[in-house]
Design a protein around this ligand. Structure first.
Ligand code: IDP
Length: 138
């Protein structure tokens, strides 16, 4: 069993797509073991994306991620990290495979509707960034 952090980003929450995206997640067999809707502060978004702070898109990404509420959740399942990355599709929706969340819903390479952890180490850091042990079921 593995756990990964999912964020439904402001572009998707704003378009009322949270339910549709959660249905795709649940239909894939991943189990939601923690979930909440929050509005990130600038400092929280900067901290979350600290690995990207030297990238040219960093400021724009932080502005986007703080522009409205997000739905953060922890997903659990066999191979959950890779399974969710596959379900999300490529970062740039123009390159995303049919049937992926980003192919269905992403607007562009930045407003790409979802985040998913990319490795066990980042999943551990990211789940702990948003949730305490008490907020995780099971
Ligand atoms: P990932 O979300 O598919 O793991 P990363 O390369 O880790 O992609 O980038 C993190 C986020 O930064 C992306 O999901 C996207 O919102 C944004 N991003 C990545 N590359 C670009 C870019 O070239 N321009 C604008 N935003 C970008």
């Amino acid at each position: 069993m593995e756990r990964t952090l999912s964020i439904i980003k402001p572009d998707a929450v704003e378009r009322n797509l949270s339910g549709a995206i959660l249905k795709m997640i649940q239909d894939s067999g991943l189990k939601v073991v923690a979930m909440k809707m929050i509005q990130l502060s600038t400092a929280e978004a900067e901290g979350f994306y600290a690995v990207h702070k030297e990238r040219p898109f960093f400021r724009s990404l932080v502005d986007f991620m703080t522009s409205g509420p997000v739905v953060v959740s922890i997903l659990e399942g066999d191979d959950a990290i890779a399974k969710y990355r596959k379900l999300m599709g490529a970062t740039n929706p123009a390159n995303a495979e049919e049937g992926t969340i980003r192919k269905c819903y992403a607007l562009d390479i930045e407003k790409n509707s979802v985040h998913g952890s990319d490795a066990p180490e980042t999943a551990a850091v990211e789940t702990g960034y948003f949730f305490s042990a008490l907020e995780m079921v099971g």
